[in-house]
Design a protein around this ligand. Structure first.
Ligand code: NAP
Length: 258
C-alpha cells in the first residue's frame, strides 16, 4: 500500500520510520523544502510543493497513492486544506495526525490572539523585550511593532527584510531544555513571549520557563482546518493504517508488521 506522509514534524518522522520495515507499506515522505538541512526518516522522500490542491490530486493519481497521513505542523493550514480537498477528489483515505494543543495551567498567563498580526498589536505601545519563538515564516508581522526589541529564534536564518529593526536572531533547532530557555529569557531580559500553540514536548520548555518567571505569553491560535479523521499520536496512526490495509485486502485483522 502506497502511503503519502505529509511531514515536517517529529511525529511524521516517527511514523515513517515505524513503516520503514513493514513490507505491507511503501511510504513516501513529503517535505515542503523550507529548511536547509531537513531531518529525514528512513523511507523514500520527496521535497517541494505539489502545485496546490489540483497538483496534489494529479500527483496522488500518478503515484497511485492508497492512503494519506497529514502529519504536518498544526499551523501548516494550506497544506492540510489541500490534502483534505485532494483526498476527497481522489477518494483516497486521509488521516490527520495532529498533536494535542497545550492547555494553560493556573500559573500560566496567556493572552490569546488569532494571528501573528494580532500578536504584534497585542504587544502594545510600551517598548518591550519580546521573545519571538514562532519560526521564521511569520516574523514580518512584527515589523508593524518596531517599538519593541525582539529575540527571534528559528531553525534557519529569516529573510533580513522580514525582521523588525531591533532584532537579535538565534539559530537553533529544538528540542529545547527548560534550563536553556530560562537562561535565554534572563540573558535578554525578556518581558513577553510570542508563541504558537504547537503542542508536544520539543517546544514546551519556553512555556514552562515563562510560567516560572511569571512572564506573559501571547499565544497565537491554531488555524481552522477542514474536517478530517484525526488522531493525536503515532500509535493511533499505525492502527488506522492497519485498518486501511485490511479493508483494502478484505482480510481479517492481523498482527501489525506481519
Ligand atoms: P503551508 O503554509 O500549509 O503550506 C504552503 C505550501 O507549501 C503548500 O500549499 C504546499 O505547496 C507546500 N507544502 C507545505 N507542506 C508541505 C509538505 N509536507 N510537502 C510538500 N509540500 C508542502 O505550510 P507551512 O506552514 O509553510 O509549513 C511548511 C512545512 O513546515 C510543513 O511540512 C510543516 O509541517 C512544517 N512546519 C511548519 C511549521 C509552522 O509553524 N507553520 C512549524 C514546523 C514545521 P503546494 O501548494 O505547491 O503543494
Amino acid at each position: 500500500m502506497r502511503v503519502l506522509i505529509l511531514g515536517g514534524t517529529t511525529e511524521s518522522r516517527a511514523l515513517a520510520d515505524a513503516l520503514a520495515d513493514d513490507r505491507r507499506f511503501a511510504p513516501v515522505y513529503s517535505l515542503a523544502g523550507r529548511t536547509g538541512a531537513p531531518l529525514l526518516p528512513c523511507v523514500p522522500a520527496r521535497v517541494g510543493g505539489f502545485g496546490g490542491r489540483d497538483g496534489l490530486a494529479a500527483w496522488l493519481k500518478l503515484e497511485r497513492i492508497d492512503a494519506i497521513v497529514d502529519a504536518t505542523h498544526p499551523y501548516a493550514a494550506q497544506m492540510s486544506a489541500n490534502a483534505a480537498h485532494a483526498a476527497e477528489a481522489c477518494r483516497v483515505p486521509l488521516l490527520r495526525l495532529q498533536r494535542p494543543a497545550w492547555i494553560a495551567g493556573p500559573r500560566d498567563d496567556w493572552r490569546h490572539v488569532a494571528s501573528s498580526d494580532a500578536a504584534a498589536s497585542a504587544l502594545g505601545t510600551t517598548p518591550l523585550n519580546v521573545f519571538l519563538a514562532i519560526g521564521r515564516s511569520d516574523i514580518a508581522a512584527f515589523r508593524a511593532a518596531p517599538q519593541h526589541g525582539y529575540v527571534v529564534r528559528a531553525v534557519d536564518a529569516p529573510d533580513p527584510l522580514d525582521l523588525p529593526p531591533r532584532a537579535t536572531v538565534i539559530l537553533k533547532r529544538g528540542p529545547f531544555a527548560l534550563d536553556d530557555e530560562l537562561a535565554v529569557l534572563r540573558e535578554h531580559s525578556i518581558d513577553v513571549i510570542v508563541s504558537k500553540n504547537s503542542g508536544g514536548d520539543a517546544a514546551y520548555a519556553k512555556i514552562l520557563a515563562a510560567s516560572q518567571l511569571g512572564l506573559p505569553v501571547v499565544m497565537i491560535a491554531r488555524p481552522p482546518l477542514p474536517v478530517a479523521a484525526e488522531c493525536a499520536g503515532v500509535e493511533a496512526a499505525l492502527d488506522w493504517l492497519d485498518t486501511i490495509v485490511q479493508r483494502a485486502h478484505g482480510a481479517n485483522p492481523s498482527e501489525r508488521g506481519v
